[in-house]
Design a protein around this ligand. Structure first.
Ligand SMILES: NC(=O)c1ccc[n+]([C@@H]2O[C@H](COP(=O)([O-])OP(=O)(O)OC[C@H]3O[C@@H](n4cnc5c(N)ncnc54)[C@H](O)[C@@H]3O)[C@@H](O)[C@H]2O)c1
Length: 421
């Protein structure tokens, strides 16, 4: 199964090929030879899956195609070996129930190097080839977002449980198709929204559940990235701020308001470009989004692609019973003031791998429970869809400068996916 020769990547349609061509432009190792995608077949869905898909309702979506229980571990294939794969591989290596058994990257030399670094000699450039490897029980999709759909479809066709990084697809119609297709193949699909696995954030959810705040009236969610992603990534591969970054805050708002039990009623987004290097590129780097909920709660998000002082992810929840604040962990809780130099304190985390290391480990453990015991996905299809619809509504608000009536806007897509309001 090992190969140093790039093998044709399957499952990449015309749009994805074009997107990949753009994506390639900003690749870090420009010297690496990328395979020629111009002759790649478009991913196909087996006819019986399409039939099943047409007649499926959301209630049918319990799965699963699972690896044999008696193995005692799950053989994991990582597809895509960039920034987030470096995070997930640590969670795999740190969990006795997981083994890295196959690495896939369209850049063959990158797949090989990643495998060598983490003790997995088996690699390929083709997700279909990887799925034919009997050692592969499950697939973790860590490719850029524009390739998630194609890779997920292939993994589902081969009956492999899927972990897919966020968002499953930026286009909501594609997201619905991918989830329905996975369900039609009896394959679980867990989306990589990781914040609810963070111990501090879990504690906040628990306090709210226990009535500690006597309800939720206001949520303020701040996410500011560090380090600044490359301008090439932001211009060519990073996509829309709301789908690539703000989705984490939407995910967070949904958890804090009961995971979709209380639906959003209105969305307003004020989005802009402040970084000089991005001006005129059409790429946003800053936003404030307001999400009002049907019970009166108001969520307020502020995002920036760049915080010079480190990774900044804070949250305050306010209710009748009080306020609860999640601050950035820091190297020190001590703040020192001396002379006229102002205050000096600890330093916050460098970036998401440090800030959410435990969340990623917990998320992996949950994925293994799904693979081994058929546990229900914590981040459901419905949750993932509502997050995307909030981003869609944000884009609509950006266009019109008005609040978007969320029910009117989102209900048709929810119905299309088989859900009620
Ligand atoms: N949950 C989080 O905290 C978090 C953080 C960062 C990124 N992400 C998500 O992870 C995904 C990947 O982002 P990244 O920053 O790691 O990307 P990246 O650009 O660093 O790495 C992507 C890798 O995928 C490879 N690739 C491209 N197309 C492929 C295909 N069809 N099959 C196999 N390999 C392919 C590329 O060669 C590259 O090595 C994105 O969806 C992003 O939104 C999530």
């Amino acid at each position: 199964m090992s190969s140093s020769v790039p093998i044709a990547a399957v499952g990449i349609g015309a749009a994805a090929v074009a997107a990949y061509a753009l994506y390639k432009l900003h690749e870090r190792s420009a010297a690496s030879a990328a395979p020629d995608h111009s002759t790649q077949p478009i991913v196909s869905i087996a006819p019986q899956s399409i039939q099943k898909l047409a007649s499926m309702s959301a209630a049918d979506m319990t799965v699963k195609n699972l690896p044999p229980k008696d193995k005692g571990f799950v053989g994991v294939c990582i597809a895509g070996t960039g920034r987030i794969a470096e995070v997930h591989v640590r969670a795999i290596l740190g969990n006795r129930r997981a083994r890295l058994v196959h690495v896939v990257d369209v850049m063959g030399d990158r797949a090989k190097a990643f495998g060598a670094k983490y003790g997995c000699p088996t690699f390929s450039t083709d997700i279909a080839q990887a799925c034919q490897d009997p050692a592969v029980d499950a697939v973790m999709v860590c490719t850029p977002t524009q390739f998630h759909a194609a890779v997920c479809k292939v993994a589902a066709e081969y009956g492999k449980p899927i972990f897919c990084e966020k968002p499953v697809c930026a286009l909501t119609d594609d997201l619905i198709k991918v989830y329905k297709h996975a369900a039609s193949c009896d394959v679980p699909l867990l989306c990589g929204f990781h914040r609810s696995y963070d111990p501090n954030f879990s504690e906040m959810m628990q306090i709210i559940d226990d009535g500690g705040l006597q309800g939720v009236s206001l949520i303020h969610s701040t996410s500011r990235d560090h380090p600044l992603p490359s301008f090439e990534f932001l211009k060519k591969g990073g996509g829309e701020l709301l789908y690539d970054f703000t989705v984490h805050d939407f995910d967070q708002l949904l958890w804090l308001t009961g995971d979709g039990k209380v639906m959003p009623s209105a969305v307003f987004a004020c989005v802009s470009t402040n970084l000089e290097e991005l001006r005129g590129s059409g790429v946003d780097d800053t936003c404030v989004v307001i999400v009002k909920f049907e019970n009166g709660a108001i969520g307020h998000i502020d995002n920036s692609r760049y915080a010079p002082y480190g990774y900044d992810a804070r949250c305050e929840v306010f209710g009748r019973g009080g306020s609860m604040v999640l601050n950035n962990p820091s190297t020190s809780a001590v703040v020192m003031q001396a002379g006229r130099d102002g205050a000096r304190g600890g330093v916050v985390d460098e970036s998401f791998p440090q800030r959410y290391a435990q969340a990623y480990a917990n998320q992996m453990d949950h994925f293994l429970d799904i693979c081994m015991f058929g546990n229900k996905e914590r981040v459901s299809f419905r949750h993932s869809l509502i997050v995307n619809l909030l981003a869609d509504a944000g884009v609509e608000s950006k266009k019109t400068g008005q609040f978007v009536d969320f029910k009117k806007f989102a209900l048709p897509k929810l119905k299309q996916a088989g859900f009620n309001w």
